[in-house]
Design a protein around this ligand. Structure first.
Ligand SMILES: CC(C)(COP(=O)(O)OP(=O)(O)OC[C@H]1O[C@@H](n2cnc3c(N)ncnc32)[C@H](O)[C@@H]1OP(=O)(O)O)[C@@H](O)C(=O)NCCC(=O)NCCS
Length: 176
């Protein structure tokens, strides 16, 4: 695959064309067996419904949404959840790091991670938290990106096919 990768913040209102492409990425990840909140079968309409809610969170200032474009098409995304309680103004949740299977293994996940950290610092959020399935692709990405693993919660969620999976809780403190 050739072409250049461009990472950008999707501001409100997120265009319908972008929502459609984001939904396609999510559908591909669920079809690929990733444990990312959803069960199989997961349709394009399901993906659209999910990303419309994310777009609402972007509009209300509760989320930052990034897109990774390859040759002008969205192939990857990640979110920063800013909707923390009043006593956690410095913290944010990293959510839904997703790269289409056709675009993996070329550093797009790492590039999304680097940019979301910049966006977190811009918003005064210097402590990030996430959870992910131990041993999966995301787990290795977070380790490489300098996140610290706090521990594992057994049987936390399900894979799309219904099997139980554990989750590993990670945190990262960013330079202020
Ligand atoms: C996790 C995920 C986002 C990673 O995306 P990605 O774009 O493939 O990530 P990267 O390309 O940065 O890294 C992936 C691999 O490619 C390697 N890589 C990165 N750049 C490379 C390059 N230019 N050439 C060759 N290999 C490269 C990395 O070392 C890494 O290797 P590893 O998996 O053996 O450890 C993707 O696998 C995904 O969407 N998975 C399903 C959804 C999911 O589980 N998300 C996490 C939820 S918490």
């Amino acid at each position: 695959m050739s072409g250049s990768v461009e990472i950008s913040v999707l501001d409100a209102p997120v265009p319908d064309a972008a929502l459609e492409q984001l939904a396609s990425v999510l559908v591909d990840c669920v079809e690929g067996g990733a444990s990312v909140s959803f069960m199989a079968p997961f349709s394009q309409a399901d993906g659209r419904t999910y990303f419309r809610k994310v777009a609402d969170a972007v509009a209300s200032g509760d989320a930052v949404l990034l897109a990774a474009k390859l040759d002008g098409r969205i192939v990857g995304t990640v979110q920063l959840g800013l909707d923390t309680p009043p006593n956690q103004p410095h913290r944010a949740d990293l959510k839904k790091m997703l790269v289409h299977r056709s675009a993996r293994g070329r550093g797009i996940g790492a590039a999304l991670m680097a940019q979301i950290e910049v966006e977190a610092i811009r918003r005064g959020r210097w402590l990030l938290v996430l959870d992910t399935v131990p041993g999966e692709n995301g787990y290795r990405l977070y380790k490489r990106a300098g996140w610290t693993e706090s521990g594992i919660i057994p049987n936390y969620a399900l894979f799309p096919d219904g099997r139980l999976c554990d989750t590993a809780v990670f945190w990262k403190r960013l330079d202020k």
